[in-house]
Write a protein that binds this ligand. Structure first.
Ligand SMILES: NC(=O)c1ccc[n+]([C@@H]2O[C@H](COP(=O)([O-])OP(=O)(O)OC[C@H]3O[C@@H](n4cnc5c(N)ncnc54)[C@H](OP(=O)(O)O)[C@@H]3O)[C@@H](O)[C@H]2O)c1
Length: 266
């Protein structure tokens, strides 16, 4: 495809679904996609007020958005959510599988129920959402899927997160397989691997001085000497959803400030 035009493109607006967009990284991704001109479905599981607040913020800035409740680990809820989005915003062109939970757990010390729940939300949720939107993307010959993995999947040495790292590894495998299956139909699938990012997941419950101690420790392990902000991750996801990334699929992009402790004991 050659295009020597210097005029801005006038694309038809796209509809995006961001799972787990009521707060944290998902919220920042939703705002980034709105900036790119997308109509955005803001999925949440329990925090309806936060999701509605984000939708109001987008709408008052002139954007299109819809809050949609669904537990992504329940396939029937995912199907109902997709129908609701199609009705309210149109078919889903861009899917960002961001909803996730983290429970600590290592080989000799983990809760089976927590391991199962992480698998159901982070892995099965990713499958259910992709499965629900892929047929429409194939039909239209265009689609973008971005999965949120973690630098834990490739070996950062944050102790005590063995089971979480394993499920995020599964997300990487799914990303390659989605790319392989959907590529011939014009659908790309890529993964973003955030490093430690300031959200409820990482330190919501801790007090300010305990938080600062963790930020300082993690910052010291990264080349940029800081931890991530949700916007640091959202920019990379936005890039993968944009036309700039049209020829990229099956790729894993790390956004972790340049961690130096892979597969090391620090
Ligand atoms: N923060 C980090 O340092 C970091 C690092 C690497 C990777 N990640 C990954 O990045 C993604 C976002 O993390 P975050 O830190 O932004 O998390 P967070 O602040 O804990 O927010 C999690 C979001 O996921 C939603 N959610 C949880 N379970 C859900 C379910 N079953 N169905 C639908 N939505 C659900 C929550 O909705 P409610 O508000 O309604 O509960 C919330 O919007 C996750 O996949 C995480 O594993 C994060």
């Amino acid at each position: 495809m050659s295009d020597n035009s210097v005029h801005p493109h006038t694309h038809s607006p796209k509809t995006a679904l961001v799972t787990g967009a009521s707060r944290g990284i998902g919220r920042a991704i939703a705002l980034e996609l709105v900036r790119q001109g997308c109509a955005v479905a803001v999925n949440y599981r329990s925090q309806a007020a936060a999701a509605e607040q984000l939708v109001s913020q987008i709408q008052s800035a002139g954007g299109r958005a819809l809050a949609v409740a669904a537990d992504v680990s329940e396939s029937s809820q995912v199907k109902a959510m997709i129908a609701q989005i199609e009705e309210g915003l149109g078919p889903v062109d861009i899917l960002v599988n961001n909803a996730g939970v983290l429970y600590p757990g290592r080989l000799l010390d983990y809760q089976e129920s927590e391991f199962d729940q992480m698998w159901r939300i982070n892995v099965k949720g990713t499958v259910y959402c992709a499965e629900a939107v892929a047929p429409g993307m194939i039909e239209r010959g265009w689609g973008r899927i971005v999965n949120l993995s973690s630098n834990a999947a490739i070996g950062t040495s944050m102790p005590g997160t063995t089971m979480y790292a394993a499920i995020k590894g599964a997300v990487l495998t799914l990303t390659k397989r989605f790319a392989l299956e959907l590529g011939p139909h014009g659908v790309t699938a890529n993964a973003v691997l955030p490093g430690f990012t300031k959200t409820d997941m990482t330190l919501g419950a801790k007090d300010e001085s305990a938080r600062q101690a963790v930020y300082d420790k993690i910052s010291g392990m990264s080349m940029l000497r800081r931890v991530g902000e949700p916007e640091d991750i959202a920019g990379v996801v936005g890039f993968l959803c944009s036309d700039a990334a049209s020829f990229m699929t099956g790729q894993f992009l790390l956004a972790d400030g340049g961690r130096m402790d892979y597969l090391a004991m620090t």
